[in-house]
Design a protein around this ligand. Structure first.
Ligand code: E4P
Length: 223
């Protein structure tokens, strides 16, 4: 499963990129606004920090013609850019146009398997299925993910199912169980994926035993 970082904060991208496990970054207009920096400069910095990664940048218009102009502009910034488009009628039409031109897309704000079907049929590269926002209103966010993975596989669509709006490591566990292709998450959640108390206690013991036995990796050079 690919791991994307969900952020507009370049310092967070730098931190996760250093771990060497990052496949891409997703941004949205809210995250870009929160970064306090320009849209283009932020996206270009992120592309530089994650060489070869898929970097999603979102259009903000809601009518086809304006979205198309925005999409062409955003796509021209860098070859790694994936144009993020909302799951609305004009958005699906735009995804079809962009995919016919070979421009990669990430269809966002997808909450149901029928919406996902529209995105897949239009040729979406990624289908961003939001889970946390559904859980927030007492729904089962992962249900649509499971159905969408099943649908994409059953009918042989090329789209990858991207689990978005991830709030905690259990969402990542469930994404793996569903066979989702990608999960995007805030830095806090990605950082939590490393943790296990038995790793901490086990490591402490290994180091203590080694030291207690007077062992060293670098032996002292005799004068
Ligand atoms: C994904 O691409 C979205 O930007 C993001 O996952 C939304 O997450 P939120 O529901 O925590 O805002």
């Amino acid at each position: 499963m690919k791991l994307f970082l969900d952020t507009g904060d370049v310092r967070e991208v730098e931190r996760a990129a250093a771990w060497g496990i990052l496949d891409g970054v997703t941004t949205n207009p809210t995250l870009i606004a929160k970064s306090g920096r320009g849209f283009r400069e932020t996206v270009l910095d992120i592309c530089r920090l994650v060489p070869g990664g898929a970097i999603s940048a979102e259009v903000v218009a809601t009518d086809y013609d304006t979205m198309l102009r925005e999409a062409n502009e955003i796509a021209s910034w860098h070859e790694q850019v994936v144009v993020k488009v909302p799951l609305i009628r004009d958005g699906v039409q735009l995804v079809k146009t962009l995919s016919d031109k070979g421009i990669r897309t990430n269809v966002t704000l997808v909450f149901s398997v029928t919406q996902a079907l529209m995105a897949a049929k239009a040729g979406a590269t990624y289908i961003s299925n939001f889970v946390g926002r559904v859980d927030d209103i007492s729904g089962d966010g992962m249900q649509a993910v499971a159905e969408t993975v099943d649908m994409v596989e059953k009918y042989g669509f090329d789209s990858e199912v991207l689990v978005a709006s991830v709030r905690h490591p259990m969402h990542v566990v469930e994404s793996i169980r569903c066979g989702a292709h990608v999960a995007t998450m805030p830095l806090k959640v990605m950082d939590q994926l490393f943790n296990h108390p038995l790793t901490d206690s086990g490591l402490e013991r290994f180091i203590a035993d080694f030291k207690e036995a007077g062992l060293e990796i670098f032996e002292k050079v005799r004068a």
